[in-house]
Design a protein around this ligand. Structure first.
Ligand code: ADP
Ligand code: MG
Length: 696
């Protein structure tokens, strides 16, 4: 069973790794992922017992607490206690420094040490405790451990003031980091507040408040002004004005008329109205979106994985280097400068070694990278673009080619019958009802054109031939509806027509009966979206369609595609996609009908998320829930920005670390300055990652 636990107080990415390792060891846990940025534990366990054990272990890990009821921690930790501790420690440290260096009293030095000790313990005590507990568990090389060693080292070389500064700056850095990450997290979790807290049910004229989960299909609900819609439903009142921004990214409130489908998560900005529930809460679009965003932290991007792996070797390597410097440094110094075998200037070399220890914290690196992806996913979600993992942002940023499905993607997919051409002796009415009867067996957008038309025929069996049409059987009759390809394949004589509309031919037992023209419009935004992609340097824009060549080319030219492949069966679409993939990263945009294999093959599959079409949403990696193609260039822009910030941060942090190491070896970097610089790099990287959030 899968479960997502929400936690709070998980302090750092390194702790997340450690907790994850602990949880993996629990019996009955198939897989588990602890995510620091979103503060979640995603878990696949064999039974309830294993889950209970996970909750227990997590609750006993440092300060971590598992939150009840799958709720996000939106409470704002004011960090008051930490600020007070830092303030007191800084004050006492200042007094110590004054006594040591300014007063010139005989006892000044001793009084100073008392002050230092107090200042040290005020900020350092929790760090010492954590170190002790972690070492007991055999977990060394965590940040607490490094700071403890560094400060002990400083005391050993007689720099007590410096030892205090190390702890003080480290605590300050952690605090600032927690504030920065918290603010970023909040901007994403606010999105999670899409869920409404209660529903008002109307029964026999009485209103009663119930949880959205308890709403049953068919319940009559009342939504008052300012409230969120609790479950997906149909509007029963004459008119409603709803803010759909949270789901679709549309800024303007939309007006819905009686009978329209309205979705959970929309906010009522008009007056009170009534609605009828059509789906239980669990199946509502908003719940699916929340599930997807929650699972997004699973799809880790390459740079993210790289950095986690890197951190694992980086810390021990730098620690070993520190040890070597402490031992070999003074030895080499003595040998090279004086030709003698002795340890020269050991205090200066110990200082260099300690600087290394401080710099060996991988925090700057591993915090900003997932944070940037997390922000990128959050920004996309706000624009009505669902991204199922940082890795897809990464892929999107590197896209070389974009392939589009035609029907339902470049076109609206809203078919309506525009002309009927029966053969002699068959009435238009009769022909339409025959086609409509067969199309009842199809989920293709074409079938929707026949929804309102009376059917008159009942079939024993209707089979869909992907990319071609349908076969219906009853007794010894065989009926066909579909395109020219289907008819040619079956060797049926028919009158081929030319039209910009889609043609649906029909035959009964091999005898051609006529043809229905159904019109579909090109999406209003298609041309603009395609040219925006072109301007972003994507030159390969290809249309893949099962439809006929002429019509396909006409539409492709109109929207500005660079190439067209027509007459494709689903497996041909797959082959075309594989060819395109050879030239670089391929994005495929489709509607999930007749193109599931292509979706699986493309590096990143995008679906037009007519809200509610669950299959396509599940098959794709990116969903444009606003059902608007212009969200695609937007997504691309966010993805590129995210990736460039990630790379900037990785390079910046690494260069700075190496720089500090060089200064450390040269012996020109005081310990406190090393901590200060390390914290500074981390904060700069985190602040840089904020830039994703301010993307226009
Ligand atoms: P596209 O790539 O344009 O989305 P599809 O692969 O979904 O096209 O379908 C290709 C063609 O197959 C359609 O244009 C239509 O002519 C025919 N077709 C598929 N399903 C049906 C159906 N249910 N009824 C009639 N024609 C169909
Ligand atoms: Mg299609």
């Amino acid at each position: 069973m899968k479960e997502i636990l929400h936690i709070e107080n998980l302090d750092c990415p390194v702790c997340a790794e450690a907790l994850q390792e602990d949880l993996q060891k629990i019996k009955g846990v198939r897989s588990v992922q602890v995510d620091y940025v979103s503060q979640t534990i995603t878990l696949d366990a064999e039974n309830e017992k294993a889950i209970a054990k996970v909750v227990d272990v997590a609750n006993h890990f440092e300060e971590v607490r598992v939150l009840e009821g799958g709720r996000y921690a939106l409470t704002d930790n004011s960090h008051k206690k930490e600020w007070i501790r830092i303030g007191i420690s800084a004050l006492v440290l200042t007094l110590g420094l004054v006594f040591e260096h300014v007063t010139g009293l005989a006892f000044g030095q001793m009084i100073a040490y008392v002050f230092y000790a107090i200042a040290y313990l005020v900020v350092g005590w929790p760090i010492l405790i954590s170190t002790f507990e972690n070492v007991k568990k055999g977990r060394i090389f965590d940040e607490n451990f490094l700071m403890t060693i560094a400060s002990f080292g400083a005391i050993a070389i007689g720099e007590a003031g410096e030892a205090v500064l190390v702890m003080l700056l480290y605590t300050l850095g952690e605090l600032l980091q927690s504030i920065a990450v918290g603010s970023s997290r909040r901007s994403v979790t606010e999105l999670m507040a899409l869920k409404s807290e209660k529903a008002t049910r109307l029964r026999q004229g009485q209103e009663e408040e119930i949880a959205p989960e308890n709403v049953e299909v068919g319940d009559l609900l009342v939504v008052k002004s300012g409230e969120k819609i609790p479950v997906d439903g149909i509007l029963c009142s004459e008119r409603a004005v709803l803010d759909t921004k949270s789901l679709t990214g549309e800024a303007e409130p939309r007006t819905f008329d009686e009978g329209a489908e309205i979705l959970a998560g929309y906010i009522n900005v008009g007056g009170r109205y009534e609605m009828k529930a059509i789906r239980p809460y669990k199946e509502s679009a908003v719940q699916k979106i929340l599930d997807m965003v929650e699972n997004a932290s699973q799809g880790k991007a390459k740079p993210e994985k790289f950095i986690t792996k890197f951190a694992r070797v980086y810390t021990p390597v730098v620690c070993i280097l520190a040890l070597l410097i402490a031992i070999l440094g003074p030895f080499a110094d003595g040998l090279l400068t004086e030709g003698l075998f002795y340890f020269k200037d050991w205090a200066r070399w110990l200082q260099s070694a300690l600087t290394f220890l401080v710099i060996s914290c991988p925090c700057a690196l591993i915090i900003s990278v997932p944070l940037t992806y997390f922000s990128g996913i959050g920004i996309c979600a706000k624009q009505g673009i669902l991204v199922k993992g940082g890795t897809y942002l990464d892929i999107l940023a590197q896209a070389r080619a974009v392939a589009f499905d035609k029907t339902g993607t470049l076109t609206e997919g809203n078919f309506t019958v525009s002309a009927v051409h029966p053969v002699e002796n068959v009435s238009e009415q009769a022909l339409l009802s025959m086609v409509a009867s067969l199309e009842r067996g199809s989920a293709h957008p074409i079938a929707r054109a026949f929804e309102g038309i009376e059917t008159g025929h009942v079939f024993d069996e209707i089979t869909e031939i992907p990319g071609q049409g349908l076969i219906g059987r009853r007794q010894d009759e065989e009926w066909l509806v579909g395109n020219d390809k289907l008819f040619a394949g079956k060797g049926i004589a028919f009158t081929k027509r030319e039209s910009v509309a889609t043609l649906v031919y029909i035959a009964k037992n091999g005898e051609y009966l006529g043809c229905v023209e159904i019109g579909d419009r090109i999406r209003a935004e298609a041309k603009k979206a395609v040219s925006a992609l072109k301007n972003m340097g994507i030159s390969q824009l290809v249309m893949l369609t099962g439809d006929g060549r002429e019509r396909a080319e006409k539409i492709a030219n109109e929207v500005g595609m660079s190439a067209v492949s027509a007459n494709l069966l689903p497996e041909d679409k797959l082959k075309e996609a594989e060819k395109l993939k050879q030239n670089g990263v391929l994005i495929y945009v489709g509607d999930g009908i007749n193109d599931a294999p292509v979706m699986a093959t493309a590096d990143c599959a995008v679906s037009m998320g007519k809200l509610g079409s669950a299959a396509a949403m599940e098959a794709s990696d990116l969903v444009l829930i606003s059902d608007d193609l212009s969200a695609l260039p937007k997504a691309l822009r966010i993805a590129r920005k995210t990736r460039s910030i990630v790379l900037q941060n990785i390079i910046f942090s690494l260069v700075m670390k190496v720089g500090f190491m060089a200064l450390g070896v040269a012996g020109v970097l005081p310990l406190w300055l090393a901590v200060f610089a390390d914290v500074g790099v981390m904060l700069l990287a985190v602040l840089n990652s904020f830039r994703v959030r301010f993307l226009k």
